[in-house]
Write a protein that binds this ligand. Sequence first.
Ligand SMILES: [Zn+2]
Length: 233
Amino acid sequence: MPFYDSHSLFLYALFFVPGLALGIWAQIKLSLAYGKYSRVPVDSGLTGAQAAREILDRSGLTNVPVEEVPGHLTDHYDPTKRALFLSSGNFHGQTVAAVGVAAHEAGHALQHQAAYGLFQARMALVPITQFASTAYAALLFLGWFMGFIKIALPIIIVTFACITLFQLVTLPVEFDASNRAKEQLVRLGLVHEHERAGVSKVLDAAALTYVAALVSSILTLLYYITLARDSRR
Ligand SMILES: [Zn+2]
């Protein structure tokens, strides 16, 4: 992050600290919720992988594989491979948290199948965002060390706005995947009445991390805009 005097350092703290604090709070909430419900076994005895398989099969997505990936909470749906990847803990876990996360990832596959508009938009934004992220990082690094940060600010703002837009589109996609997950889990009887609250707590906590990331990006973007405005004075 560029700052070149005490005023911009103050601005930086003003714009950066709330986003950072929110991010840390969201991460803590997620680890607490996930930690708690990954110790609560599901009545059905299904693993995350079996629950995802059931949701996919019952929606006609028998061709979408459910695979195991290493790491903690590395779960994701890959639209280019049309495959669902679950972290080992959720793949094998027979818990409320594992089944909830697995159902959420299956929810993304359902969005893809339904050609859900925001999901399509998010997919279309991936290459643009990847390019913008690389350009942003390079400009920030080179601009700061080589002293042309002020001149680069307008392009930094444009690239960072692309990243922020991507996060803005991601947010409703994540909420929608969780809604689809909850709906399927209940409809197919994969979780029982008393287990629903636990699923919601885990998925809502996960969604909060996306909210925190967006807020933090919006604040950073405002910081750059303020810098650009100040430097023109
Ligand atoms: Zn998701």
